[in-house]
Design a protein around this ligand. Structure first.
Ligand code: ZN
Length: 421
């Protein structure tokens, strides 16, 4: 059965299930209430989202193998050296050569990855009934993505290779600073210039929802004067919301699927979570953590890159680490480090998400709205993973953890819930 057809039934079933269970127990039992919420998901839908999510584990491995294969193809086949020669014919100025190389590299890698990306981002999404996009729209988004990545990556590559040439011993430190700098620029520009390339953002139109959210924001010292809605339904059926921006461009955005498909209690619960990210300064904390991880990554990358180039540089037509044609080597090393580091980055993010969940429960006081939203997220996330799965693969608490947390909160705050909730 298709998820989309079941979706309207879920809230009804949930409304019936939660109070029934509470009555049956005589008192509110968090464990039973959690089970009741989880059981609102039809068996077939659960199998489907489990398969979708577990497939994603394997895709991470496939992506890594593919990235290594592309690097090997570029280096071993001498393509990378040829791209560098093209760039050198174009200009004598080193930074421009690096940028020209990077632009060619990105175009070539995008073309090589197109079949895999189309499978992951288009066919697989359609197979699981998650996508609203035509192939042409999807391709246009890819083209925009390529444009943005050239705009950011070409100068970043030029800066990193400038550092490698000027500071052969300490370039990993400069490289980390450059990567962090570009990340920060991306964060500042993201909501203002990049996100609007893919979706329409406009102030939330529903005055009731808008004023509720802004008052929730004020109550939690979030200096938001505007909340945005965007047409995520152009691409996907998923519900989501996010906090984005940095140093003055911060904003909370709700996707239209969330606004169309969910109840006011759910929207309040989701907003409480997003406000939690804001109030708990997660952007700054993540930036700090990722800067440390970047420094470690660049230190390891320098070590590995020097060894690889000393051994194979000649066969690959590279003139040393300072040769921008060595970019595929660095990219391959970061692909491996990123893969190995996934449980670490997932745990950093998941921990913050759990904090935001608790903050949101305290702020919005909508445990059932929160549980309902968690049930909806089960359309694209495995609801009840094993502990090791949650640790390795989850960048958010699992649905079961989230519902359990909400029901525990509800059990301990039943007395202060207004009547009728
Ligand atoms: Zn979050």
């Amino acid at each position: 059965m298709q998820l989309r057809r079941l979706a309207p039934l879920v809230p009804l079933l949930a409304l019936l299930a939660a109070p029934a269970c509470a009555l049956a127990a005589g008192a509110f039992d968090a464990e039973q209430a959690t089970r009741a919420w989880l059981d609102t998901i039809p068996h077939e839908a659960k199998l489907r989202s489990d398969a979708y999510y577990e497939g994603g584990y394997w895709l991470q491995l496939v992506d890594l193998v593919f990235a290594l294969l592309v690097a090997w193809l570029l280096l071993r086949g001498g393509l990378s050296a040829r791209l560098r020669n093209n760039a050198e014919r174009l200009t004598r100025y080193k930074p421009l050569q690096s940028m020209a190389y990077a632009a060619q590299y990105l175009i070539l890698v995008t073309l090589l990855s197109l079949p895999l990306n189309a499978y992951e981002g288009y066919w697989r999404e359609h197979a699981y009934n998650m996508s609203n996009q035509t192939l042409a729209d999807w391709a246009l988004d890819q083209l925009k993505g390529l444009f943005v990545s050239i705009l950011f990556m070409a100068p970043a590559v030029a800066a990193v290779w400038g550092a490698i040439r000027r500071a052969p011993k300490t370039w990993w430190l400069w490289g980390s600073a450059i990567a962090t700098g570009f990340l920060m620029i991306g964060m500042v520009l993201g909501p203002v210039f990049i996100a609007p390339l893919f979706n329409d953002y406009k102030p939330l139109s529903d005055p009731k929802v808008r004023s509720e959210i802004l008052s929730l924001a004020r109550a939690n010292q979030v200096p938001a004067t505007e909340v945005y809605e965007f047409d995520a339904s152009r691409q996907t059926k998923r519900i989501s919301a996010n906090v984005s921006g940095f140093m003055g461009t911060e904003r909370i955005s709700l996707n239209d699927n969330l606004l169309k498909r969910t109840s006011p209690a759910e929207i309040r619960a989701v907003m409480g979570h997003e406000i939690g990210h804001y109030a708990l300064n997660h952007v700054y904390k993540h930036l700090l953590t990722f800067t440390v991880l970047t420094i470690i990554g660049f230190a390891l990358a320098r070590w590995a890159m020097e060894r690889l180039i000393a051994r194979h540089g000649g066969t690959w037509g590279l003139r040393g680490s300072g040769d921008v044609a060595a970019l595929p080597v660095l990219v391959a090393i970061f692909a491996v480090l990123g893969f190995i580091g996934t449980p670490i980055t997932n745990t950093v993010i998941r921990t913050a998400e759990f904090e935001a969940d608790l903050y949101g429960l305290n702020a919005a006081r909508e445990p059932d709205g929160f549980a309902q939203a968690a049930v909806r997220l089960a359309e694209y996330r495995k609801m009840e993973p094993a502990a090791w799965e949650e640790f390795l693969f989850y960048d958010h608490p699992s649905g079961r953890t989230r519902i359990r947390t909400a029901m525990q909160w509800k059990a301990e705050h039943l007395a202060d819930q207004p009547a009728g909730r």
